[in-house]
Design a protein around this ligand. Structure first.
Ligand code: GLC
Ligand code: CA
Length: 557
């Protein structure tokens, strides 16, 4: 694998609306982010991905962009953004933006012009088709529920939107669209950003013909993903890379859901279209058959097995995945992947170590470093997220009680990740002096940055040690490029693996017991050094047989 500047780094995702508010309007902003750069630096972060901060009507929280070259007013100005770039640079940190180009906002001038003249130049920027017998061209469903086609008022024409109707899909077959995107991408690189996280990107490839299918749900619709063609997307992505990313030695990470297919080679192998892609394999195993309301509970063994499978697959493909336990589209990892008895500091630390020391780029999501948990909300009105509202409706329609539907939202809602950052125990968790745009998680009183900074044994300080260990001169090569090898597969509750240095100079074992009883595991050689433990009095040096207490996690040489 060719070595890249970003391989040895650690990344962190900021959901800007909820990170830090500097002016009391209840919305996080760029000056707020700047004020926390030292905090992130101290944590060991190098790369910061900021979810969209462009002009937007915020129907899908900024993933509906109305001007790709403007900063949304609520976040600040372009001067603030330039200052952020400069301040990050001073600290040897890199800013990664969100590239949302499968669709734009219905408020974007391209779309306004398309509506005004659907057969004109800008009509060709979108997928606009004639209706059939007074209906939409096909019966595809949008990912947020309801039809994927919206009628253009006063016509028999419809436009395609795989997401909300305010997010019309851009037509990548049109070379003018592609040129617009490449110009814009290069414009941001000229400003000094280091790369992009690339949103919903496989959707840019579409099949030649869209066909109506027999309904797959009571709404009479059919999965919208059917119109997507991954092969077509790869062709566009290769061009995007050549015309933009390559010129800047950029870091790019794709939001692609299937990491275990042979396609991974084309996506992130030696000549892949992205630098990296997220490993969503654990997230995918939590999908319910019909929605959040029938989502299965994660079992330790299945969870470990899917993660190990992607670790092995990506290494075989010569790629470098971006490893996450949560993001702004997911509930908090500690509530999702830890069993109920494990949702405490020990479990949180074990989850941290096993994830951060995987092969690939560790990507933290804001608040993960303090073990932020899901937030209890008492009514659907307390949620903001468009997909939470849709999933709640689905649950109620399927016969769930209000209580059950709210429980499904507690367990799965995207707003769990979008809830304001918990900085301290003062009102609103120190996030804002005003009224937060989305209600705080009352748990900020006991889960917050300020308290954890003072407590040597906190989850936050453990994350710092863990990241420092990963990046330490002695071991950074092993953790970055070392071979991944599963261990102890016969123990259902143990997640254990080796990282073997490329030159065989050292082997590091990461072993965690996620069960509620102790487990004794056997190694094939004695432990020479203990690098990290999440418990006191761990004594493993010189041993071959190791008894791991419930939720104990060790990192040893
Ligand atoms: C991605 C984003 C998500 C957004 C969607 C549409 O999945 O992560 O937040 O809703 O794309 O842009
Ligand atoms: Ca603000």
């Amino acid at each position: 694998m060719t070595k890249k500047w970003w391989h040895e780094k650690v990344a962190y995702q900021i959901y800007p609306k909820s990170f830090m508010d500097s002016n009391g309007d209840g919305i996080g902003d760029l000056p707020g982010i700047i004020s926390k750069l030292d905090y992130l630096k101290d944590l060991g972060i190098d790369i910061i991905w900021i979810s969209p901060i462009y002009s937007s009507p915020f129907v899908d929280q900024g993933y509906d962009i109305s001007d790709y070259r403007q900063i949304a007013e609520c976040f600040g100005t372009m001067e603030d953004f330039d200052r952020l770039l400069a301040e990050a640079k001073k600290r040897d940190m890199y800013i990664v933006m969100d590239l949302v180009v499968n669709h734009c906002s219905s408020e974007h001038e391209w779309f306004k012009k398309a509506l005004a003249d659907p057969d004109g130049e800008y009509g060709k920027y979108f997928y606009i088709q004639e209706g059939v017998d007074g209906h939409a061209p096909t019966n595809h469903r949008s990912y947020f529920g309801g039809p994927a086609w919206e009628q253009i008022p006063g016509t028999n024409k419809y436009y395609l939107h795989l997401f909300a109707k305010e997010q019309p899909d851009l037509n990548w077959n049109n070379v003018a669209v592609r040129e617009q995107v490449y110009d814009m991408v290069n414009w941001w690189f000229e400003k000094g950003i280091a790369g992009f996280r690339i949103d919903a990107i496989i959707n840019i490839g579409k099949k030649k013909n869209f066909i109506t299918h027999e309904a797959d749900g009571p709404d009479g619709l059919y999965n919208g993903n059917d119109v997507v063609d991954q092969e077509a997307a790869k062709v566009f992505l290769a061009e995007l890379k050549e015309k933009t990313f390559d010129k800047w030695d950029a870091f790019t990470v794709g939001e692609v859901f299937d990491i275990t297919s042979d396609d991974t080679k084309d996506l992130i192998g030696e000549n892949g279209v992205f630098s990296s892609m997220f490993d969503f394999s654990a997230h995918i195993m939590t999908f319910g058959e019909h929605g959040w309301y029938d989502a299965p509970k994660v079992e330790n063994v299945k969870w470990r097995d899917v993660l190990f499978a992607s670790q092995q697959h990506v290494e075989k493909m010569g790629g470098f995945a971006s490893n996450i336990i949560e993001n702004h589209d997911e509930p908090r990892g500690v509530c999702r992947y830890l069993q109920d008895y494990a949702i405490n500091d020990y479990g949180k630390k074990a989850l941290a170590a096993t994830s951060i020391l995987f092969r690939g780029l560790p990507f933290l999501f804001m608040g993960q470093e303090i073990g932020t948990e899901n937030v209890v909300r008492h009514s659907i009105d307390e949620y903001d997220d468009i997909s939470t509202k849709d999933e709640y409706r689905k649950a109620i329609e399927a016969g769930c009680s209000v209580e059950e539907a709210l429980k499904a939202c507690y367990d799965n809602s995207r707003d769990n990740g979008r809830t304001p950052m918990q900085w301290d125990s003062t009102p609103n968790g120190g996030f804002t002096t005003g009224t937060p745009w989305l209600g705080n998680n009352p748990k900020y009183e006991y889960i917050n940055v300020a308290d954890q900074e003072k407590d040597e044994d906190s989850v936050l300080n453990y994350y710092k040690k863990l990241i420092a260990l990963r990046k330490s001169e002695a071991h950074v090569k092993t953790f970055t490029y070392g071979h991944f090898e599963p261990m102890c597969m016969e123990y259902e509750n143990v997640m254990a693996y080796k990282r073997v240095a490329e030159d065989d100079s050292e082997t590091i074992i990461i072993a965690a017991n996620f069960g509620d009883k102790e487990e004794t595991i056997k190694l094939d050689t004695t432990v020479s050094e203990m690098l990290l433990s999440n418990m006191k009095d761990t004594n493993v040096c010189g041993k071959v047989e190791i008894t791991l207490r419930s939720l104990e996690c060790i990192v040893v040489k």
